[in-house]
Design a protein around this ligand. Sequence first.
Ligand code: UT7
Length: 345
Amino acid sequence: MSDLPDKEFTNPRAEHGFMGRTCSISAVGAYVPERIVTNRDLEKIVDTTDEWITSRTGIKERRIAADDEATSDLGAKAALIAMERAGVTPEEIDFIIVATITPDMPFPSTACLIQQKIGAHRAAAVDIEAACSGFIYGLEIGQQFIMSRTYDCVLVIGAEKLSSIIDWKDRNTCVLFGDGAGAAILQHRPQAHGLLTACMGADGRKANILAMPGGGSLHPATEASVHDRLHYLRMDGKEVFKNAVTAMCRAAKEALKRCDITVDNIKCIIPHQANKRIIDAVGDRLKARPDQLFMNLDKYGNTSAASVAVALDEAVEQGKIERGDLILLVVFGAGLTWGAAVIEW
Ligand code: UT7
């Protein structure tokens, strides 16, 4: 258990007119594709080295989905694991929120496709797009529906098949990303604190530093757009790096402040898994101990909206988080978007 502050810990949500109704994460689940692509494998297709990728990012390998495996397949598998652990049947799910930048197709939503795959036919379903920050955005949206008593059970999924939008000829980006999915079941549980606060932010002025320009209404798919490689992810890595450290620190500090706690009260920090150097810089600025920072990017690379969901699942499975612990999720992504959430597990 984390050390709680001296004074009795209060749920900031309860003080703001929600009549004490709280939202717990009953269970999480994750799924990553079987195929492992190592840095050495990438040395064979672009001008890179295992040494460069490891020292600049911390990534050693990533999972890549099969050609016939779509984002909805990954998301459905993660969801079924979370549902089984939570003891929730498909009929009990009221609402499905899927955070992704790699939907199976522009429409219908990946949430509707997952609804069909898991048999949750009673549930409303919608996709949200906040890039790598999507899972925290999804948790916050889901919990608002629980706290307002609109729904009793919300399934939040972060799922990505980033390999489908990576330019495998661009060494600046292709070494960084991977595929995967994570899911959480949100429910009201009496006496459980659950999600204590979530701070979210965005800055559209910097939309151009990380984007996939093609395939939407601005640049629909044409021979010219394909020729110009507009349907691949593009990133100004250095700019993203700087903005990520600043925004993640700011969001994390604000979330801790809202809960009237310090980083010492946190058992485990689960940051977006983009780059070990970003995570170390955020940890330093928050004055966190290295053992508080959870990392699994060496195995999966950056899986965008799935990243913290998969990491949270692994931290729980490895026994790094136990019921009652305070944890901090902190994310950053295209948009720009960012967020931090404090959860009493
Ligand atoms: O999920 C959203 C959040 N995304 C992120 O947070 C990513 C943020 N950015 C980063 O993680 C880092 O900026 C990168 C890992 C993308 C790049 O690291 P960097 O230390 O900023 O390297 P750089 O872009 O300054 O590149 C340094 C050199 C360049 O060569 P020159 O111009 O100095 O000759 C690149 O061409 O490294 C070269 N380079 C590579 N070399 C070998 C870039 N990619 C590679 C590569 N292998 N894969």
